[in-house]
Design a protein. Structure first.
Length: 383
C-alpha cells in the first residue's frame, strides 16, 4: 500500500473528465489490489502487481481485463446532454450566415445615444419628444433613465402629469427640462398637488404653474410652504396677491432666494424706493425680483437721472425695467431730437413710459414721434 500511494495524485487537482475516466478504470483494476492509475507502471515507479499474485487471482484478473474499455466516446454516448461544441469547430456557410452579431453595449459612454437601440425606455422617451442630448447634460439624469423601466416606473408618472394638466405635446419638453421627476415617488407627487389645492390654487392654475416651472413638484410640501410664506411676509402681500404673484411667475417657488433678497435690497437701498413702492413694483412686474442686478441699476440710472422720471412714475409703470436699455436710449434720444420727449402727465404731448417701450417701431414712429419709420432708421445710423 505504501508503494502504491507513492504516486497518488489528489482528485481535486485532476480535470473532472479525467477523474471520471480514472475512476472507472481504477474500479476495473481493484480486483487485483492496485490503487494506482492504470498507466502508473509505465513510468517505472511501481512494480507490476501481477508478478506476486497466486494463480486463482490471475484468473480473476484475466476475466477483468476482458471487460470493454470505457473510453470518452462511449461515456458521451450514455449522457443525455451533447458535449459542448469547440470554438475551433468548423461550421458550414449556411450556418455562418444565420449567426446574428448583436452590437456591443458600451460599458461606459458620455452620451445616451449609444444606449437608445438597447433600451426600450429611452426609445419610448425619444418617441415622446424628449431631447436626450439635453437630458445627458443634467447631473446624473442619464444614469437615472437607464435604471428605469418604462412600464413599471415611467408610465404612472406620465399619467399623473396628464392628470395634473400637462398637455401631451408638452410632455417631451417637460421631461427634457426635468427628467428627475421620473424617479420621484408617485404618492409624494400627489401629496404636493394636494397641498397646492389646499392653498386654494385651482386645477387650471396648478397646470399653468407646473408647465411653466417643471421643477415645482420636486419641492416638498414644507419647502413650498416656506416659499409662499417668504414672499407673503417679505413683500407684505395678502394671501390672494401672493397666490397671484407665484401664478404669474411660478419659478419664484423653485429658484434661489439669494438673488431675490439682493434685488429687494437694491430697490430700497440703492434705488431709493419706499417699501410700499417696492410692493407695487413687484406685484405688477414679478420679473424684477429675478432681474440682473447690474442691469436693473443701469436702467434705473438712465430713466431717473438722464430722462428725469421720478420714483412715483416708475412705480406706476414698472414694466419699463423689463425693456432693453438700448431701446429706451434710442427712442428717448430720437424724441429729444424732435422736441417731443415729454414724460410729465401734467404737460401737453405727454408720452407714457408704457408707450415709449412697448409699441412696435412703426407704431411708435407714426403715433408717438409723428414721423415715418425711415426717418427713425436714418437717425439711428447717426448714433
Amino acid at each position: 500500500a505504501a508503494r502504491a500511494c507513492r504516486g497518488f495524485v489528489p482528485l481535486a487537482l485532476l480535470p473532472s473528465r479525467q477523474v471520471l475516466l480514472w475512476g472507472l478504470q481504477a474500479c476495473r483494476h481493484a480486483v487485483v489490489g492496485s490503487c494506482a492509475p492504470p498507466d502508473s507502471a509505465e513510468d517505472g515507479s511501481f512494480s507490476h502487481p501481477e508478478s506476486n499474485l497466486p494463480s486463482p487471482v490471475k484468473q480473476e484478473q484475466a476475466k477483468a481485463e476482458t471487460l470493454p474499455n470505457l473510453n470518452a466516446k462511449i461515456l458521451y454516448e450514455d449522457w443525455d446532454d451533447v458535449p459542448p461544441s469547440s470554438a475551433l469547430e468548423e461550421i458550414s456557410e449556411e450556418e455562418a450566415i444565420q449567426i446574428i452579431a448583436e452590437p456591443i453595449l458600451p460599458l461606459q459612454s458620455s452620451t445616451l445615444r449609444d444606449y437608445v437601440d438597447h433600451s426600450e425606455t429611452l426609445a419610448k422617451l425619444v418617441h415622446l419628444g424628449v431631447d436626450l442630448s439635453q437630458v445627458e447634460k443634467r447631473q446624473k439624469a442619464g444614469q437615472l433613465l437607464l435604471t428605469l423601466d418604462f412600464e413599471k416606473d415611467i408610465r404612472k408618472i406620465l399619467l399623473f402629469l396628464k392628470d395634473v394638466g400637462v398637455e401631451d405635446n408638452q410632455l417631451g419638453s417637460f421631461l427634457t427640462k426635468n427628467p428627475y421627476i421620473l424617479g420621484e415617488d408617485l404618492e409624494a407627487l400627489e401629496t404636493r398637488v394636494a397641498y397646492l389645492k389646499s392653498k386654494k390654487f385651482d386645477e387650471a392654475e396648478i397646470a399653468q404653474m407646473v408647465s411653466r416651472a417643471p421643477y415645482l413638484l420636486l419641492f416638498s410640501v414644507e419647502r413650498l410652504d416656506n416659499r409662499l410664506g417668504f414672499f407673503k411676509n417679505e413683500l407684505g402681500l395678502s394671501v390672494k396677491k401672493t397666490k397671484d404673484l407665484v401664478i404669474r411667475l411660478p419659478r419664484l417657488l423653485t429658484g434661489k432666494l439669494e438673488p431675490v433678497k439682493e434685488n429687494l435690497q437694491v430697490c430700497q437701498i440703492e434705488l431709493g424706493f419706499q417699501p410700499n413702492e417696492v410692493q407695487q413694483i413687484v406685484f405688477k412686474t414679478p420679473k424684477i425680483l429675478t432681474a440682473n442686478k447690474k442691469r436693473l441699476k443701469q436702467t434705473f440710472d438712465y430713466l431717473h437721472n438722464i430722462m428725469g422720471i421720478p420714483h412715483h412714475m416708475l412705480t406706476r409703470f414698472p414694466q419699463v425695467f423689463n425693456s432693453k436699455l438700448l431701446r429706451i436710449k434710442e427712442r428717448h434720444t430720437f424724441l429729444r431730437f424732435l422736441g417731443r420727449a415729454q414724460y410729465d402727465p401734467a404737460q401737453p404731448s405727454y408720452i407714457s413710459l408704457d408707450q415709449l417701450v412697448s409699441l412696435p417701431d412703426e407704431v411708435f414712429c407714426t403715433e408717438i414721434a409723428k414721423v415715418s419709420i425711415q426717418d427713425f432708421e436714418r437717425f439711428l445710423k447717426t448714433l
